[in-house]
Ligand binder design. Structure first.
Ligand code: ADP
Length: 368
């Protein structure tokens, strides 16, 4: 019987539990053995039955209605070193695992692909140092890897949505709605900072959904010395028409055209000094990751979990590792390596000030 393991890695995202549940149950449904790796790559490096656990149908009962990830996640420095990955390979073989499905962000999926490409040399070294038997060496010649994207940032290229993004967006919108009520009562301005690292998706969509006055995102940096005037003109216009609230959304990665970060404090200062507005800063922080997943993320994670198991069972040693995506409402398979590479190239384009390229790589056509 084939054994398929799932792990969650990197930042947690609502919907990861639905993904794990679907992967475990699909694996069992297909007549295979299901395993979970606890605490992301740390569980691989530590190994043993406390970290690589066989799961039954009942072990994932109720997972879909719970936020975060029940099998734990971590950032693991050792896995970035070859020695850590060598231990990971040994522990997977000891547990009898044939395939690994990783639900995480681009960092986790980069690690997964590296692990697979190194696999032949890792098992050779394990054999040579007698950490695995000749039989195990022959049996575990290939490690099947598959990625599902769990990230609230929606920052992975080649997929329209990542697991957790719509939940985080919903939470941000709720929080801004709350702030809006108090803004209206006191005629205040609020500067709201939202997560997203290099990606402005959460800030942009939250800004549109809550009809914010002004939005800062990394892909479309504000011109130096111009954003202040532009923002003040827009806010003043809205105020002159009787609007009692001002909401400005600032993405975590907001920058100006010189790549200097634009912080909520910078925006606060301009609104106070130039417009004399009673302005407050709201940093939503980890509330954005928390809580249960919205229905869309549960559905996405479930469908993608089923597809991940299908992809693992379909793959052969010479097919590239797949990443499970969603494009135009269809669950699809993409080459994992290319998706990760494309994602990195967006960040690179931003850092080299090629914002046009960054924008085109994002596939977010309505940004202009
Ligand atoms: P995310 O998956 O959310 O992008 P990270 O970038 O923190 O989060 O990656 C999560 C973990 O994946 C890291 O702590 C590390 O163990 C592993 N990882 C990330 N990048 C690599 C890499 N280049 N090589 C090996 N492992 C990596």
């Amino acid at each position: 019987k084939k054994a398929i393991a799932v792990m969650t890695s990197g930042g947690d995202a609502p919907g990861m539990n639905s993904n794990v549940r679907a992967i475990v149950r699909s694996t069992l449904f297909k007549g295979c053995r299901a395993f979970v790796v606890m605490e992301g790559y740390e569980g691989l490096v530590k190994g043993g039955p406390d970290y690589i656990k066989e799961f039954s149908w009942e072990d994932v009962r109720g997972f879909s209605t719970e936020g975060g990830t029940n099998i734990g996640t971590a950032r693991c420095l050792e896995f970035r070193q070859r020695e850590g990955r060598l231990l990971g390979a040994q522990h997977l073989i000891e547990a009898g695992v044939d395939a690994l499905i990783v639900c995480g962000g681009d960092g986790s999926l980069t690690g997964a692909d590296l692990f697979r490409s190194e696999w032949p040399s890792l098992i050779k070294e394990l054999l040579d140092t007698q950490r695995i038997s000749k039989q195990q060496y022959t049996r575990y010649q290939h490690l099947n890897i598959c990625g599902t994207v769990g990230s609230i940032d929606n920052d992975m290229s080649t997929t329209d949505a990542t697991i957790g993004a719509y939940s985080a967006l919903d939470r941000i919108c709720q929080a801004i709605d709350y702030v809006e009520a108090t803004a209206n009562s006191h005629s205040r301005a609020f500067v709201v900072e939202v997560m997203g690292r290099n990606c402005g998706w959460l800030a942009l969509l939250a800004g549109i959904a809550t009809s914010a006055d002004y939005i800062f995102i990394p892909e479309k940096p504000a011109s130096n010395g111009e954003w202040e005037d532009q923002m003040c003109d827009i806010v003043s216009k809205h105020r002159s028409k009787g609007k009692r609230t001002t909401i400005v959304v600032v993405a975590e990665g907001a920058i100006d055209a010189d790549l200097t970060p634009i912080t909520p404090k910078d925006v606060h200062k301009v609104l106070c000094d130039r417009l004399g507005l009673d302005t407050r800063i709201t940093t939503l922080g980890h509330v954005q990751r928390g809580g249960t997943a919205v229905a869309y993320d549960r559905m996405l994670a479930t469908l993608q979990g089923v597809e991940a198991v299908n992809a693992v069972l379909d793959s052969s040693p010479d097919t590239p590792s797949p990443l499970i995506a969603i494009n135009e409402n269809k669950i699809t398979r993409k080459p994992l390596v290319e998706s990760v590479k494309l994602t990195k190239s967006v960040a690179d384009a931003i850092h080299s000030k090629d914002f046009k390229k960054a924008m085109s790589l994002r596939d977010t056509e309505f940004v202009e």
